[in-house]
Design a protein around this ligand. Structure first.
Ligand code: NDP
Length: 324
């Protein structure tokens, strides 16, 4: 397949339209051999961004990814890797979580060690921290960039207002501003990317690395209300996820969008991911996969964008807004 690349907002960095994340999978749901096969398939198909976070499997996800990156010996200038700071890597003491200078710096150093890299290409503030002034975080991120430990910094699940505040502080003090935000975006979750952030793309040049394009697999079409037995929906401790993502109304929507996908001769997950890519404000869609067959299928979404004509998009939109 031919991967396509997009600028990360108005930064000069070009990321692959599809990227690969490790939440719930690396160091947890899948063995390291599967993680390696997934990363190899991703890289061989032009994916140049691997997403991670300190909290994923409490640091283990970064360790697994770091070992694979080292083993693969891919030239460092052919891929990018991220970490995210806020939730901590397991410890919950006040010094071990949040966006204050101490934790942001220590978490960056710890992620560099776990990932076995000299710098993070992307470093995200995983959530806003109401107990740290935004200015403290902006200064800290700027300094990490100046030190060569981070290339681009950004936010995840911040409000438009918080992102604007960070930009205003950066502008006032001539600091490096956040380049990207990582919001959830899929057929069920559109408000933030399509409405709340609408004015940020043209003003602060926001890039977006969107997460859960399949709503944790619901948009693959394989789930009943209980969740498919071999899936994350049945994993211990993830009842909250099943309750959040799976309900009757959603399954009804899934059935109708699947009819559109069938008509195009495409699978539902491919259409759901291609639908995210049709939004030009999306820089990259972060895929999750617990099996190589899933990734192999989902990679078809790049080319499937061409089948999602304005007429098809309007039909899907009608289904989504009818059930919203
Ligand atoms: P998705 O919504 O795409 O869900 C991925 C899961 O769906 C897979 O692990 C698999 O789960 C199932 N699946 C994927 N493809 C198929 C297929 N073709 N057929 C059937 N089932 C399929 O993405 P994620 O929720 O995993 O999110 C992607 C990435 O985004 C994460 O890895 C992480 O990097 C990032 N993220 C960031 C967050 C943030 O707060 N910044 C929050 C959440 C994610 P199963 O094993 O159940 O089959």
């Amino acid at each position: 397949m031919n991967m396509r690349y997009r600028r990360l907002g108005t930064s000069g960095l070009k990321v692959s339209e599809l990227s690969l994340g490790s939440w719930l999978t690396f160091g947890k749901q899948i063995d390291d051999g599967t993680a390696e096969a997934l990363m190899k398939m991703a890289y061989d198909n032009g994916i140049n961004f691997f997403d991670n976070a300190e909290i994923y499997s409490r640091g283990e996800s970064e360790r697994v990814m770091g070992r694979i990156l080292k083993k693969m010996e891919w030239p460092r200038d052919t891929w990018t890797v991220s970490s995210k700071v806020f939730f901590g890597a397991g410890g919950k003491l006040p010094t071990q979580v949040g966006l204050h200078r101490k934790h942001v710096v220590e978490a960056c150093n710890a992620a560099l060690t776990r990932l076995e890299v000299e710098y993070l290409d992307l470093y995200f503030c995983h959530r806003p921290d109401p107990e740290t002034p935004i200015a403290e975080t902006v200064w800290t991120m700027h300094q990490l960039v100046m030190q060569g430990k981070v290339m681009y910094w950004g936010t995840s699940e911040w409000s438009a207002d918080e992102i604007k505040q960070a930009h205003a502080i950066a502008e006032q003090h001539h600091l490096i501003a956040p380049a990207m935000e990582q919001p959830q975006y899929n057929m069920f979750h559109r408000e933030k990317v399509e409405k709340e952030f609408a004015h940020l793309y043209g003003t602060v040049g926001l890039g977006t690395t969107i997460w859960s394009p399949l709503a944790s697999g619901v948009l693959s079409g394989k789930h009943t209300l209980d969740g498919d037995a071999s899936s994350r929906m049945r994993m211990a401790g993830l009842d909250w996820l099943r309750e959040r993502e799976l309900n009757e109304a959603r399954l009804k929507t899934v059935k109708q969008v699947k009819e559109v996908a069938d008509g195009l001769g495409l699978s539902l997950p491919v259409v759901a991911i291609a639908w995210c890519l049709k939004n030009s404000c999306v820089s990259t869609v972060i895929l999750g996969a617990s099996k190589t067959a899933q990734l192999e299928e989902n990679l078809k979404a790049v080319e499937a964008q061409d089948a999602l004509t304005p007429d098809v998009m309007a039909r899907i939109d009608k289904i989504l807004t009818t059930h919203a």
